[in-house]
Design a protein around this ligand. Structure first.
Ligand code: BF8
Ligand code: SF4
Length: 649
């Protein structure tokens, strides 16, 4: 029986989304929410991971009567193969994004930047040193060329282990070595995983799952890390910056252009072009007050972090932005852009423009960025959007008032600087605060929204509960935007809600208790922050020992599966708001939820609501603190005080 349609309030949380989803219903526009209700009867076999379509004797599915597929594959083999393929999908997405950026860096280094340049020479030279590339006395282009070539080898290397893994704490590297999960080249990992999951190859679920961790490591410590580093070199390392979030950032009298997707190259150029006097003039001549550029999803995070460009929304607001009737153009690139966008846009004047040749959508206009003249190409796109302004039907426009101020831009470098100042930039004050029990630990809340659950609800409830309990929260992706829409990224609002210890530290240092660290590839920044904590000392020798947890409350994409897997392989326990498709095999579930902890120091935990998540997280943090002996320190202090009191008497 089909599930009933959910009410608007059961689907979305924030006032702007409520208002616009109501508008969509009134105008009979199908959205992901109505489609999710229509798709409510899900395949049990698919959900549990026990459907195999890997060869054409199948599809096979596991039932009590037929415990094996035609080839004899049992539930554990089928579930583990499917899981590994999800990790491959996520790793490929992040890493291909990284590769595109490295190729751009190489062009810039060779003098063919066509408008792109090295914005952060300091990060370039610092990174070169990390990889043993000679930089002293050489031009930034020479250094960049060597670094770009080294990064390209990270994708293709066949026999050498991934160099970027050496940025991890030494103990971490030993753990990977001992468990045979140190990745080789990223492309090799992806190809090998596809080979191993082909019909009739790797059938040992443990062997397959270890390969899943190995492949995921080539994402987190490889493709994603490289994407972040190169973005910082080309577009600048983020520094704290103010902006606004939610659909209310769109403006009635300006041409509204929404950029959506992941790769920052084009959106960076659009951000520059939108400030050009000739473009502003062009918009004014079209009867608009100017241009508003706003972002959705991780493209939003990229240009928010570096330019303070406002955020129109997260993943499940992409259709809602169009339903406002106020968007002249939505520019999409890769990942998380729904194929249904042109259908929604048909009811309005919005033009959907796809810009990447590997990502076309029926019904969208495809305009490729001219690599040799990127700025002019970006301007052409903007002019086209401006020309569309006259097609806007004011009768169809509702722009919600709802928007919230925010502070974003917390790269590791920025956090270090905030903590220690220019001359002593370090994580020491944070480590000390953790050791002194003022901050109980660090939790990364990351990942998507999911049309099957109430948007942002789990993410925001959990965030509030954690900061109340003196836990510093690091955010990326759509989870960061969820907090932004709640006003939780303003130091003022968030500090009011933080526990005493956390508030004191944040006030002293001048940071909010919820730090926006960027897009989903920037989860690598969370690994980097963890590494800084380890290197600073006093909280263990690897990431598994520091009081830290990762959470993906409302995740939906294969990228989230890869991210969660590289967190666990890096020793960090991960809480999932809903389970992987592994429940059809007790062996696989047992391995990922229990045995993994014995190998890496962290494992997966499923907590279907924020209350359960808070409890599990606090227990994990407490256990880690206990092992480090820093809970005892507190007890000892109390004992000392009691003793002293006795003496006083
Ligand atoms: O890479 S959090 S919905 S936008 S997958 Fe997609 Fe998920 Fe958002 Fe960013 Ni990440
Ligand atoms: Fe069925 Fe085996 Fe083919 Fe999978 S690989 S579809 S289990 S026969």
């Amino acid at each position: 029986m089909a599930k009933k349609e959910r009410s608007i309030e059961e689907c979305v949380t924030d006032a702007a989304s409520v208002e616009i989803l109501r508008k969509a219903q009134e105008e009979c526009i199908d959205t992901c929410f109505s489609r999710a209700d229509a798709q409510s009867v899900q395949c049990k076999f698919g959900n549990e991971g026990i459907c195999c379509r890997i060869c054409y004797m199948g599809p096979c599915r596991i039932t009590p009567k037929s415990p094996c597929g035609i080839c004899g594959a049992d539930a554990a083999t089928i579930v583990a193969r499917n899981f590994l393929r999800e990790v491959v999908g996520g790793t490929a997405a992040h890493s291909d994004h990284g590769r595109h950026l490295v190729l751009r860096l190489k062009k810039v280094a060779l003098g063919n930047g066509s408008g792109y340049e090295i914005k952060d020479e300091r990060t370039l030279r610092y990174t070169a040193c990390l990889y043993g590339i000679e930089e002293a006395g050489r031009s930034k282009e020479e250094v960049a060329l060597d670094l770009a070539n080294l990064f390209l080898k990270e994708f293709t290397s066949q026999e050498e282990k991934l160099k970027t893994t050496t940025l991890a704490p030494l103990n971490q590297q030993n753990i990977w070595h001992n468990n045979h999960v140190t990745p080789l080249g990223i492309d090799r990992m992806i190809v090998e995983s596809m080979h191993r999951t082909h019909m009739g190859v790797d059938h040992d679920y443990k062997n397959l799952l270890l390969q899943a961790f190995r492949t995921a490591l080539s994402d987190g410590w490889g493709g994603s890390r490289i994407a972040t580093i190169v973005s910082d070199i080309l577009f600048g390392s983020p520094q704290p910056i103010r902006s606004n979030a939610n659909l209310g950032v769109l403006k009635e009298k300006t041409v509204n252009i929404v950029v959506h997707g992941h790769e920052p190259a084009l959106s960076e150029m659009l951000a520059v072009a939108s400030q050009a006097p000739d473009i502003i003039e062009y918009a004014k001549n079209a009867g608009a007050d100017g241009i508003t550029l706003a972002g959705i999803c991780c493209t939003a995070n990229e240009i928010l972090m570096r330019h303070g460009i406002p955020v129109a929304g997260n993943f499940l607001q992409q259709e809602l932005a169009i339903v406002t009737g106020a968007v002249e153009m939505m520019v999409i690139d890769v990942q998380c852009c729904m194929p249904g966008l042109p259908e929604v846009a048909r009811a309005y004047h919005t033009e959907i423009v796809s810009t990447n040749d590997i990502a076309k959508t029926i019904g969208a206009t495809h305009l490729t960025l001219d690599e040799n003249n990127a700025l002019e190409s970006a301007k052409q796109i903007l002019r086209r959007a401006i020309d569309n302004f006259k097609q806007r039907d004011p009768a169809k426009v509702i722009i919600p008032a709802e928007k919230k101020p925010l502070v974003a831009g917390f790269s590791v470098e920025a956090i270090k600087y905030m903590l220690g100042g220019t001359y002593r930039a370090s994580f020491r004050p944070l480590n000390d605060a953790i050791i002194q029990n003022r901050i109980l630990g660090v939790v990364g809340i990351v990942g998507c929204n999911n049309a099957r659950s109430k948007v942002d609800n789990y993410i925001n409830t959990l965030t509030k509960e954690l900061i109340k309990r003196n836990v510093l929260v690091l955010k990326t992706g759509c989870a960061a935007i969820a907090s932004a829409k709640q006003g939780m990224l303003t130091p003022e609002t968030a500090l009011e809600q933080a526990g005493t210890g956390l508030r004191e530290v944040c006030e002293a240092v001048g940071i909010p208790p919820v730090l926006h660290m960027g897009s989903c590839v920037d989860n690598s920044r969370i690994l980097e922050a963890g590494t800084e904590i380890v290197i600073e000392g006093g909280l263990g020798d690897d990431l598994s020992q520091i009081p830290a947890v990762g959470v993906a409350p409302e995740w939906m994409s294969e990228k989230a599966v890869a991210i969660a897997s590289y967190f666990v392989a890096s020793g960090i326990d991960v809480i999932l708001g809903h389970p992987f498709r592994i429940q059809g095999s007790q062996e696989v579930t047992g391995f990922l939820e229990k045995e993994a902890a014995g190998l890496f120091g962290g494992s997966f935990h499923v907590c279907e609501n924020p209350d359960a998540a808070v409890e599990t997280i606090m227990e994990i943090l407490n256990n880690k603190r206990e092992k480090l002996g820093i809970n005892k320190k507190m007890e000892r202090k109390l004992m000392d005080m009691k003793d002293r009191r006795k003496l006083d008497v």
